[in-house]
Design a binder for this molecule. Structure first.
Ligand SMILES: NC(=O)c1ccc[n+]([C@@H]2O[C@H](COP(=O)([O-])OP(=O)(O)OC[C@H]3O[C@@H](n4cnc5c(N)ncnc54)[C@H](O)[C@@H]3O)[C@@H](O)[C@H]2O)c1
Length: 268
């Protein structure tokens, strides 16, 4: 199938979009894609310098993108970012909760500090951002939230401390928001990536043969790219998904459906 750069069909022109974790990986690609679709985009990240650099790279003459430093785990920081976005871009239409961290650890020994830090950024941060940006959406009676969860929300990801438990919480948070805010015009959905090559996962791919081994167990026969996730996020955020809320789109090349492939089956 042909690639196309025509994204007019999404109807995102002029929408004000906030993407957290937009300094890197999936967040950056998503924010860039919103900007290319004609949206006005706020790139938020702990890494303020990279967020600003990325935003500047996509800025048009009328200043459609801004980059801001913020900490998704700190309410006062989220509030400050929301104030700056309101002033510089106007009322927010779309929030993409994406900023996340991974602190590996087996459950027998995981440090409380690592557990709490992951829960704070990956779960509480999503709730706090939904609350802060969602209030204005509720007041206007329109808006869309998209949360980047993970296939780890439904498949236990071992030796990853609070990661799976946190992503499962995100999936439920999204559904609860959909129920509570649906009657007020605000939608909430999840995109759950499978194995995506980004700075978060890059260390794995440095080991010889890992990329090929991983690709071989995915029905699509490749590891995913940030663009694969961004495409699904843009769709769910857009008016094209106006009647979709409380749902999850799994973007994993079929990986989470491959379980039966591990059972030896002579002749196949
Ligand atoms: N890469 C994968 O294979 C994969 C798979 C499933 C889900 N995900 C999820 O996708 C999301 C993005 O991951 P990625 O792979 O692009 O990672 P990444 O490390 O490339 O990007 C994450 C960004 O979040 C920012 N961030 C971290 N803590 C923050 C905080 N407290 N406040 C603000 N920003 C903060 C980082 O600075 C970074 O720019 C995460 O939620 C991750 O759990 C990734």
């Amino acid at each position: 199938m042909q690639e196309t750069s025509n994204m007019d069909w999404l109807g995102l022109t002029g929408c004000v979009c906030v993407v957290t974790g937009a300094a890197s990986g999936i967040g950056r690609e998503t924010a860039d894609m919103f900007a290319r679709a004609g949206a006005r985009v706020a790139y938020l990240d702990l890494n303020a310098k990279a967020a600003m650099k990325n935003a500047a790279a996509l800025a048009k003459e009328d200043g459609q993108t801004i980059g801001l430093g913020f900490d998704a785990g700190r309410p006062e920081s989220i509030e400050a970012a929301a104030g700056a976005i309101q002033t510089q871009l106007g009322p927010v239409d779309i929030l993409v909760n994406n900023a996340g961290i991974l602190r590996p650890g087996d459950l027998a020994h995981v440090a409380l500090e690592d557990w709490e830090m992951m829960m704070r950024v990956n779960v509480t941060g999503y709730m706090l951002c939904a609350q802060q940006f969602g209030r204005a959406m509720l007041a206007r009676g329109q808006g869309a939230l998209v949360h980047v969860a993970s296939i780890a929300a439904s498949q236990p990801q071992a030796f990853s401390g609070a990661y799976s438990a946190g992503k499962a919480a995100v999936a439920m948070l999204s559904r609860q928001l959909a129920f509570e805010w649906g009657p007020k015009g605000v939608r909430s959905n999840c995109v759950s990536p499978g194995m995506i090559r980004t700075p978060l996962s890059e260390a794995f791919y440095q080991a010889p043969g890992i990329l090929e081994k991983r690709a071989s167990i995915v029905p699509a026969r490749r590891v995913g790219m940030p663009q694969d996730i961004a495409e699904a996020v843009l769709f769910l955020a857009s008016p094209r998904a106006a009647y979709i809320t409380g749902q999850e789109i799994v973007v994993d090349g079929g990986f989470s459906q491959a379980l039966m492939g591990f059972a030896p089956r002579p002749g196949y």
